[in-house]
Design a protein around this ligand. Structure first.
Ligand SMILES: [Zn+2]
Length: 371
């Protein structure tokens, strides 16, 4: 995948830098473990410090000091999950900030404007994030609204791209607009809606496509089925992005179904909570059984944490609330995710993905998982 800030080898995992930083680790750490692209959250940056302030600083890349690609979400997911008193109308999503209660309106046009100000390499169109479970009628209504919003978001994006005067903040008089915009397929857990949503989103015509509304509590086999139904309807030559997924096993299974791009808070959030993903399953570093365990978290891992820390030391750091505990755990978890994707890419390049897939699941399933 080629972006204005460089190429991304796919399939790829995007660490989540919610506030313009991945919690607990520096950009230098991210570069050292091979992160190629970051995800940042439009909702949070819009509220603080504000997209116009960031535009005046020269855009998100310059503001946060990250020169590689950045993808921004539309802000919709956080409006649905964080803000209070949200109300969805045809115009957009009315909500109150989770910080100070101030009222805001996020429309498809506004989501495109904010992301243009941020200057991310990839912008996401605003979609409606339907809660799970939903009945067929509300899933259809939501899918239809998402399609109408997609058309409006695309029109606004094209206007911003082609008409310099339409931008609220101009970085430089001669600044080129080299942002791509992805459309999002919805349709809840209904295969026919997923297929129709994919076909009609492709008809609108985006630079690439994402699958949204999954990994929200539906059974795992349903998620795999929805992904498998959707990807054949999306153009094969363009990246396909599965939003918000998932466990390492989910990533392998989604790649098997044609997905190229992932983001998930699991490696970072779970790392801060003491859960480590390893090649032998998950371990919970809080457990007393690690108090005198001199082994690294994952004997097969080459990350800084595994090269320098024992489970006993990491358990101690966590127990006393040392800041480094979150940093070291996050570093390992992100390394595990990025390395898993690297191994997937390598197996694809050598035509042995299917054997990788089998071995990966075998390795995880024969090990004890901590509670
Ligand atoms: Zn490690």
């Amino acid at each position: 995948m080629t972006t204005a800030h460089g190429d991304v080898e796919t399939p790829a995992f995007m660490p989540v830098g919610t506030q313009g930083a991945v919690k607990g680790v520096t950009h230098r750490d991210l570069e050292s473990i091979g992160a190629q692209i970051l995800l940042s959250n439009t909702y949070h940056l819009y509220l603080r410090p504000g997209d116009e302030l960031i535009a005046r600083r020269g855009g998100l890349h310059r503001f946060i000091g990250w020169s590689k690609p950045i993808l921004t979400d539309s802000g919709g997911y956080q409006v649905f999950s964080l803000s209070s008193r949200r109300k969805i109308t045809e115009e957009g999503a009315q909500f109150q900030s989770h910080l100070d209660g101030s009222p805001h309106l996020l429309t498809p046009e506004k989501a495109a404007d904010i992301q243009a100000n941020l200057g991310s390499d990839i912008a996401m169109v605003l979609d409606e994030c339907l809660a799970h479970p939903a009945d067929a009628a509300s899933a259809r209504a939501s899918m239809e609204r998402t399609l109408r919003w997609a058309k409006r978001g695309r029109d606004r994006y094209l206007q911003l791209r082609d008409d310099v005067g339409s931008r609220t903040v101009r970085l430089k008089p001669d600044a080129t607009f080299d942002q791509a915009q992805f459309g999002i397929v919805q349709g809840s857990v209904f295969p026919d809606l997923r297929e129709e949503s994919a076909e009609r989103t492709v008809e609108i015509g985006f630079d690439a496509y994402a699958i949204g509304g999954l990994s929200v509590g539906e059974p795992i086999d349903v998620m795999y089925d929805m992904v498998g139904r959707t990807t054949p309807k999306l153009p094969g030559g363009l990246p396909r992005y599965l939003m918000g997924a998932g466990t390492p096993e989910d990533l392998v299974e989604a790649v098997a179904r044609g997905v190229d791009l992932f983001d998930c808070v699991l490696p970072t959030r779970n790392g801060r909570n003491g859960q480590l993903f390893t090649s032998e399953g998950r371990i919970n570093i809080k457990n007393a059984r690690y108090a005198e365990d001199d082994r690294p978290p994952d004997p097969a891992c080459q990350c800084y944490t595994c090269r320098t820390c024992s489970r006993a030391y990491l358990r101690h750091l966590f127990a006393v609330g040392e800041l480094n505990a979150g940093t070291l755990n996050t570093l390992h978890n992100l390394h595990f995710y990025l390395d898993t994707l690297r191994r997937i890419r390598e197996s694809l390049a050598f035509g042995r993905f299917e054997s990788f897939r089998l071995l990966f699941h075998e390795s995880l399933s024969r090990q004890l998982q901590d509670p």
